[in-house]
Write a protein that binds this ligand. Sequence first.
Ligand code: ASP
Length: 370
Amino acid sequence: MPLDRRMFLAAGAAAITASSAVARRGFAQPAEGVSRMKAISSANGLKAVERACELMSGNADTLDAAIAGVEIVEDDPDDVTVGYGGLPNENGVVELDAAVMHGPSHKAGAVASLQNIRHPAAVARLVMRRTDHVLLVGEGALQFAKAHGFGEENLLTEKARKIWLYWKESLSGSDDWLPPVYDDIDPDVRRFFKIKPTDAPPGPKTTRRHTWNYERPNGTIHLASRNAAGDVSCVTTTSGLAFKLPGRVGDSPIIGAGLYCDNAIGSCGSTGRGEANLQNLSSFAGVELMRSGMSPKDAGLEVLRRVVATTEPRLKDAEGRPDYDLKLYLLSKDGRHAGVSMWGPAKFAVCDENGPRLEECAALYERERS
Ligand code: ASP
């Protein structure tokens, strides 16, 4: 049973120091100079960072706490970018990627293109702890998970299936699939594609008496955790790019790309266009820039600038700005943190002695606020 808030506060205060129990807004503050316990994540992880902190308050290992946090999102059918309910590949099959990295041991584990297993991050932890390898993929990863007692299940929810089917039916006017007429479109599908009725004749993005607007959703959860002793771990878990080519592996399960931590420095992880991180080893770069003395925010923004500099023209707008989004979440060993985003406004989640909250990312480029 999850700890309730009072237990979290009590346990958190005890874990920091008995003499630090100065109450502000009901939350115990750490004594000066005493390291803070902290978890940060992508914006979809507000409950996840809280759970990670609750567990660290009870002295859980930083990685175990992080994985327990992201499992909330892996289980959530409404988050169509992670675990159960994630959007499938172009054939309608959910393929999950996940990786974990444990600061104190500097060990890592990962799975890619894993089907039918709802908690890929827990499988990645077993790859780390119970094999001499770092990455297992596809059928081999599935067999490994089953050997460790994970049950297979269909991860494709009705909501995700309907969204995928509409995408498939609306892709092209020159194949044999036809999208439904407006009145027959499921409300979840209408919301996802911002579908509106219209009298306009059929054309691109106007079909069968409605218009649709598809922006590939960004998702994934990355979570980094730091305990009061300054140990750092992190995890990234995702269903990857929606409607991807079967077998496509993103940055999330690749150590150094979708996440990286060094217990002497801190951690960095990412969500957004995986290919950009794979080409730039962004998370490793983020940690290395912190090692050189940069703050988490400056290190993150510098990585984003490097990514922009290597982005091919096909993916840039008329002003030379990337047409995709990318976010990095950085947590230093001494407890400082930052979320940075290619495009703002954007948020990320933080939990420490002040409780869980969303904070604003520092952004390289700003979109108009609506
Ligand atoms: N980084 C993920 C991937 O490329 C997707 C995302 O975060 O939106 O698979």
